[in-house]
Each structure stands twice: as structure tokens, then as C-alpha cells.
Design a protein around this ligand. Structure first.
Ligand code: FES
Ligand code: MG
Length: 576
């Protein structure tokens, strides 16, 4: 028996619901029997919740309905009682103003649903970007035995015989339409070709990044991130996950034994090799805050010496199907096994053992350390007088020549102003201009939208410019690319110094040295700070008010301040 295994001595928590005599036990069991369950399933066996973010408003997660059935088969087979329950869903492509506004709300719902119900372990079914962190955040604050199955990537897109990618090609097509080199008819045809099945974006965008990191951190079985959403092997993996969670309950293998400092460090290292999304930063910080791991923004520099090994969009050229065929996350772990920290996984073995079994079947898609896509990848944390609490850039997605750059700022004070002016042929900008966008942080937007990768001004696109240095307190889509400085903290709406930048100021960035400076004297900045008036950004009521009153800044993960930490799984009082 593995060292972590402690055979559970005390009765399971579900027995407080289904195992008690008297009226309370009667009510809990009797109401469950409405669904056709026989007496003997309340014999004290592990009750497993299946927390499902399935929704038709979130096609990325639409496959989770079927996957839940495969999980149930595995739970029944292993002697557990599966009970599926819905929570909200957050579809990145469908929700306005941004799905991120609701990540913490979903996390609250996940947490309270798990705690309030009579379950001993939980299977999290997640997919689209925010659903994965929201589920982990909520589950971490309860800390039952927990395992995840991801929705899996959509099939590769195809347009006129050419492979096309979710997200990444949208940005390219829309630039081409604006430049007059693609017709609207072709644009619409490409929409259909891009979406050939349910599943998450088929690049190494935020969803696949998060699913991969879940696997690296040991919260899911190997190959969780890579099997396509509609691949039969994903259903088999879901079945095996159902088997495994029942055993995890018997072993009392809780989430806090898996999500340790070591597993977060592994995630940061692997994220660099994957060319993963900048959104992973805010999500990992928020999850760490829930589980009690002291993770800081600067810890992300840990990945900045790791080479980019995964040759997938947006940093490379392949899609998730090729990543799957090349061996997926275990094959990546095999390349970086010398860097990995020893950390437990849901299988009850170390991630180092998973890495030892990883095999690469295509060394162009998953490169060896001595043949990387780029020698240095990861996230670079930037600091300076514009971003005293930090900002980030993803060098692997940027044009290399812009990683050290000085230029004149052109400032947009809101996303609306940016959208109105960006294609104005008289906009006084050149390829060297630094585009600055204000008012898009967690509190200001609100929800910290993915608008940091501002479009290149149309006139410059026509002149052949494809990348410019852009700076904001926003995020960007994991499928986007460019020399884009994001998550500037503190944000402009709370008076962060990015709010003081004026058009014509000079800005200097050196991504290699991690510096971002506004070349304006301290005296002048103090004068501007005195004259600065806080914009009215507070919503009068509802969840958005709660969010704006309590959201923390990006460099700590943008959770709500009162949600940090955990409350455990105990519920003292009965309902009747
Ligand atoms: Fe859902 Fe990309 S929009 S994963
Ligand atoms: Mg996205």
C-alpha cells in the first residue's frame, strides 16, 4: 500500500445524511428514492458528487453531459453511489461583459454545493477557461477527495482544405477582413469550418492550458487534457476517473494532499514548456489562495528559463489533436522530468513517476530540451513605476524584437475609446508607438476582460505591421498573441500609476530584465496623481456590486477577499 494511504477509520460524511435513524435519515433517503434508488445503496458506501458545468450556452462544455454517464459507470463499478449535480457554466465565447466576472461566483456555488450535500468525494467536470479554476477554487475551500475530468479539445478546424484553429485564426481573419484581403463570405464560411465538434478551443489556449496544468498538478488522470472531446478514449478516462474517486475516498486522499507548493511549482514549470496562457497566472494564484499555498506573482519567473517545448498555437503551429497524438502532457513531463518536484497525484503516485512513463511520438510537436521551439519561454513578470505590484508578458507569443522596446505612448482611457479610434486613418501612431489601454482591470471593467491584445491600427496593418507593444490592466485570450503587457497592478480604476500615463509620454520595457518604466519624472507623476479623479465604476446592486466591493488585484489572483482560504467540509446543523 502506498505511503499516503490511511485507511479511513471513521464513518463517511455522507452517513450524516443517509445513515442516520429517525426522521432526518428518512427524509434524506426517501427523497433520493424518488429517483428509483433501492434501499441497499444507502449501506454506507462512498457517495460521489459529480459537479457538472454542462450547458448549451457553453458549447465548449456540452460534451460533459455524456462524460458524466461514463463517470457514473466507473463509480457504480467501484462500489460507490454517483449523484450528479449542476452548477453554473461560464462560456468564454458567449458571456458578456466577460466570463471572468463570474469565475468567483461559480467558485462560491461549487463550494457551497459540495459542502451542503451528503457526498464523500467529488468529480469536477470542467472545460471552458473559467470553469476549471472556478471548480478547483470552490473544491479547495471544502477539501474533500477531488478529481477532475476535462471536456477535452474540439476537433481541428478546417477551411478550404486548410487546418484552422479556434481563437487564434479568428484574430487573423478579422485583421484580414479589416485589411481588405478576405471577403465577408469567406469569413462566414470559416466560422462553420472552425467549429467541427463540441469541446474547448483546440489550441493551447486557456482551457487546454488549465486542463494540462490540472494534469501536471495531479488532480486528473494522465492524458486528461489531450484526448479530443469526442474521442472514445476520453470516455474511458472518465470511467476510470469514476473508479479512482471511490478508492480516493477510502484512502482519504484529499485535495490538500495534492495541491501543494511543489505541485504549483510544477505547474509553473510545465506552463512554460507548454507555452500556456497568461490567464493561468491569475487562476493558479487564486487556487493557491484557497488551498493555503503561499504562491506569489514573482514565483512565475521560475518558468522563465524553461524552453518552449510544445509546438502548438498560439506560440507554435500545431493543434491539440497533434499534441494528443504526440503523447500529451505525460510526454511533456518526460522532457522536463529533471526539473520536476516530487508531488502526489490522484493516482496515489508521484508526478515524477508519471513523467518516467511519458513517451513522445512526434518530436516536432513535443520537442526535446535540446531542440526547443524557443530557448526561453514562460511568463516574465515585469515591474517598474507603471506597475509597482507587477505586470506580465508572455515572451513566446511576442515578436522577439519588441521584447526590448522604447516608444511614445498613445493612451486610450476606455475600451470604448479604443474601439472608436483604433481604425481612424489619422490616428497619430507608428509601429514604434506603445498602445496603452486604461480602465480594464478586475474592478474597473469590471471583470478584467480579454481586451489587452488591442487590434493593430488598420492603417498600420495595411502597411504590414503585425505586432506592437501594448500595455493594459486587462487580460488577453489564451489563444491570442503579440507583444502584450497584461495584468498591470494596481489597476487604473483604483489609482494605479498606469492611470497617470498620457499620450506622448515615453515608455521603456525590457522583458529580459523584467522592467517596465514610464520615463516621466517623479515630481510630474505626483502632480498628476493629485489631479487624478477616480472614475465612477461602482455598480449600485447585485453580484456586480459585491464583486467590485471585494475583488482583489490581479497580482493576487483576483479572488474576492472574503473567499480566500477554506472552511472545510463540516456542516453542523440539520435542515429540519
Ligand atoms: Fe471555451 Fe475557448 S471559448 S474553451
Ligand atoms: Mg479563451
Amino acid at each position: 500500500m502506498e505511503a499516503h494511504v490511511v485507511e479511513r477509520k471513521q464513518r463517511l460524511r455522507s452517513q450524516d445524511w443517509f445513515g442516520s435513524g429517525g426522521k432526518d435519515g428518512f427524509i434524506h433517503r426517501s427523497s433520493m428514492k424518488m429517483q428509483g434508488l433501492p434501499d441497499h445503496v444507502f449501506d454506507g458506501r462512498p457517495v460521489i458528487g459529480i459537479c457538472n458545468t454542462w450547458s448549451e450556452f457553453n458549447p465548449c462544455n456540452a460534451g460533459l453531459k455524456g462524460l458524466a454517464e461514463a463517470v457514473k459507470r466507473g463509480i457504480w463499478e467501484a462500489g460507490g453511489l454517483p449523484l450528479e449535480f449542476p452548477v453554473g457554466s461560464l462560456g468564454e465565447d458567449q458571456m458578456r461583459p466577460t466570463a471572468m466576472l463570474f469565475r468567483n461566483l461559480l467558485a462560491m456555488q461549487v463550494e457551497e454545493s459540495i459542502r451542503a450535500h451528503g457526498m464523500d468525494g467529488v468529480v469536477l467536470l470542467a472545460g471552458c477557461d473559467k470553469t476549471t479554476p472556478a471548480q478547483l477554487m470552490g473544491a479547495a475551500s471544502v477539501d474533500l477527495p477531488t478529481i477532475m475530468v476535462s471536456a477535452g479539445p474540439a476537433l481541428s478546424g478546417n477551411f478550404r482544405g486548410r487546418t484552422i484553429a479556434s481563437g487564434t485564426d479568428v484574430w487573423k481573419f478579422s485583421e484580414e477582413v479589416r485589411a481588405g484581403t478576405m471577403s465577408m463570405k469567406d469569413f462566414v464560411a470559416a466560422e462553420s469550418g472552425m467549429s467541427r465538434s463540441v469541446g474547448v478551443c483546440n489550441t493551447m489556449g486557456t482551457a487546454s492550458t488549465m486542463a494540462s496544468l490540472v494534469e501536471v498538478m495531479g488532480v486528473a488522470l494522465p492524458m486528461n487534457s489531450a484526448y479530443p472531446a469526442v474521442d472514445a478514449r476520453r470516455f474511458a478516462l472518465a470511467h476510470l476517473t469514476g473508479n479512482r474517486i471511490v478508492a480516493m475516498v477510502r484512502e482519504d486522499l484529499r485535495l490538500s494532499k495534492i495541491l501543494t507548493r511543489a505541485s504549483f511549482e510544477n505547474a509553473i514549470l510545465a506552463n512554460a514548456a507548454l507555452g500556456g496562457s497568461t490567464n493561468a497566472i491569475v487562476h493558479l494564484l487564486a487556487i493557491a489562495g484557497r488551498i493555503g499555498v503561499n504562491l506569489k506573482l514573482d514565483d512565475f519567473n521560475l518558468g522563465s528559463e524553461v524552453p518552449l517545448l510544445v509546438n502548438c498555437l498560439p506560440s507554435g503551429k500545431h493543434l491539440m489533436e497533434e499534441f494528443c497524438n504526440a503523447g500529451g502532457v505525460p510526454a511533456v513531463l518526460a522532457q522536463i522530468k529533471g526539473l520536476l518536484r516530487d508531488a502526489l497525484t490522484v493516482e496515489g503516485r508521484s508526478v515524477v513517476e508519471v513523467a518516467a512513463e511519458g513517451e513522445c511520438f512526434n518530436d516536432d510537436v513535443i520537442r526535446a530540451l535540446d531542440n526547443p521551439v524557443r530557448p526561453k519561454a514562460g511568463i516574465r513578470v515585469l515591474r517598474g513605476n507603471i506597475a509597482p505590484d507587477g505586470a506580465v508578458i508572455k515572451p513566446s507569443a511576442a515578436t522577439e524584437s519588441l521584447l526590448v522596446h522604447e516608444g511614445e505612448a498613445y493612451v486610450f482611457s476606455s475600451v470604448e475609446e479604443m474601439k472608436t479610434k483604433i481604425d481612424d486613418p489619422d490616428l497619430p501612431v507608428t509601429a514604434d508607438t506603445v498602445l496603452v489601454l486604461q480602465g480594464c482591470g478586475p474592478r474597473g471593467y469590471p471583470g478584467m476582460a480579454e481586451v489587452g491584445n488591442m487590434p493593430i491600427p488598420a492603417r498600420l496593418v495595411r502597411e504590414g505591421v503585425r505586432d506592437m507593444l501594448r500595455i493594459s490592466d486587462a487580460r488577453m485570450s489564451g489563444t491570442a498573441f503579440g507583444a502584450v503587457v497584461l495584468h498591470v497592478s494596481p489597476e487604473t480604476s483604483v489609482g494605479g500609476p498606469l492611470a497617470l500615463v498620457k499620450t506622448g509620454d515615453r515608455i521603456r520595457m525590457n522583458a529580459y530584465e523584467g522592467t517596465l518604466e514610464l520615463l516621466v519624472s517623479q515630481d510630474e507623476l505626483e502632480k498628476r496623481a493629485k489631479a487624478w479623479v477616480q472614475p465612477r465604476t461602482v455598480t449600485p446592486r447585485g453580484f456586480v456590486k459585491l464583486y467590485q466591493d471585494h475583488v482583489m488585484q490581479a497580482h493576487t489572483g483576483a479572488d474576492l477577499d472574503f473567499l480566500v482560504g477554506a472552511s472545510g467540509d463540516a456542516v453542523v446543523r440539520e435542515a429540519h
